[in-house]
Design a binder for this molecule. Structure first.
Ligand code: SF4
Length: 379
């Protein structure tokens, strides 16, 4: 039986971070109703979900760590009564530093959480204030120490680089801090300006500088060199780890493993289809409360979509894109792209290792452009 992952989207946050366009609400007064609705969705969908070997559970959002210990324990208890978690190898919870307290850590591990992904984003108070984060650098540092004191060593942290407020020296200091604190996994994202966010408005009003692409590129290069110098596995453009600490759940998204997503805006993948829930808390709760079977929007992937998704995800990975696989799915693909690939090789943006096309460090920064050139048009 094919393995599967379970994603749970908790759509609440304490504050709206200025750069964020995820689905969440800062209004908290219907939290219990939402949690009941999500359990109802899971009951309805798990029965028919064809993949029962559950290997990973991932609580994301939003801010899952916002739940009080008793809320969390009630919710996780119900969830674990529906699914069989006996084969789960990785149970991750996204947590923000301000929520990492002894009683919560205890409740999380009691339910089986064995990995935390901490939204640190920066160790600079100026950066954090500009991003409207709910924590400061002192809380960020303490959150890692407390998690480790309580026995959770499998930690990942998120950091954002390329902000108008972060110079190269602070970025390098943050990377050193990771080593000093024995943190085995890092997700590092360049700041992007998404439409309709407070950051977007602030830039349009001339109150915030536009993030400088050159600075982001230089900080990405610093990151890549740091990984090489310290024997970290830079296994995906935005994800790096000490050997053997790759994120199991997120790797499923990249290697085509099916996953079930529960909660408003959550996405699922079952092989032929991508399925997504309504991104509206009120509509989602009413749907769950009245549903006898689950309705969601979906798209059946045609062969062209499947090939292009493979190009998009595989080029981001350190293993790269397999040309033999591409040829079997799209005959003549290599011949059609030979001139472009040779040009990119000559520019030092990629290499061909056996049958794998692997992006170089500088090529990784151009990944979107290279991907768009290699995609196939309708078969
Ligand atoms: S805590 Fe996370 S999900 Fe919530 S607003 Fe901030 S970045 Fe977005």
């Amino acid at each position: 039986m094919a393995p599967t992952g379970l994603y749970i989207h908790i759509p609440f946050c304490r504050k709206a971070c200025h750069y964020c366009n995820f689905h969440f609400s800062t209004s908290q007064d219907y939290r219990q109703r939402m949690l009941d609705a999500m359990i109802r969705e899971l009951e309805l969908r798990w029965v028919d979900w064809p993949f029962k070997t559950l290997e990973t559970i991932y609580f994301g959002g939003g801010t899952p760590s916002i739940l009080k210990p008793e809320e969390w324990l009630r919710f996780s208890d119900k969830l674990l009564n529906i699914v069989d978690s006996s084969q789960v190898i990785e149970f991750t919870l996204e947590a923000n530093p301000e929520d990492i307290q002894r009683d919560r850590l205890k409740a999380w591990t009691q339910a089986g959480v064995n990995r935390l992904s901490i939204g640190i984003q920066s160790l600079s108070d100026q950066d954090l204030a500009q991003m409207n984060r709910a924590h400061d650098s002192r809380q960020a540092i303490q959150s890692v120490q407390l998690s480790q004191d309580m026995g959770i060593d499998n930690l990942s942290i998120d950091l954002i680089y390329g902000t108008p407020w972060k110079d190269h020296q602070s970025w390098e200091a943050e990377l050193h801090w990771i080593l000093d604190n024995r943190i085995p996994h890092l997700s590092a994202y360049a700041l992007t300006v998404e439409e309709k966010t407070a950051l977007h408005h602030s830039i349009r009003a001339g109150k915030t500088a536009i993030p400088d692409e050159k600075r982001a590129e230089e900080q990405f290069l610093l990151l890549s060199h740091w990984a090489i110098a310290n024997q970290w596995d830079h296994y995906e453009i935005s994800n790096l780890c000490q050997p053997s600490f790759r994120a199991q759940h997120n790797s499923q998204y990249w290697n085509g493993t099916p996953y079930l997503g529960i909660g408003p805006s959550a996405h699922s993948y079952n092989g032929p289809q991508r399925i997504w829930n309504v991104a509206n808390n009120a509509l989602y709760m009413s749907q769950a409360e009245s549903a006898l079977s689950w309705q969601a929007e979906s798209e059946t992937l045609n062969p062209t979509n499947q090939i292009n998704e493979m190009i998009m995800t595989q080029l981001r990975l350190s293993e790269g894109l397999n040309t033999a696989k591409m040829e079997s799915l799209s005959p003549n693909w290599l011949a059609q792209n030979r001139a472009f690939l040779e040009q990119q090789m000559a520019m030092g943006n990629l290499s061909l290792v056996d049958t794998q096309i692997v992006l170089s460090t500088q090529g990784r920064f151009l990944c979107d452009f290279i991907t768009s050139q290699l995609m196939v048009s309708e078969l």
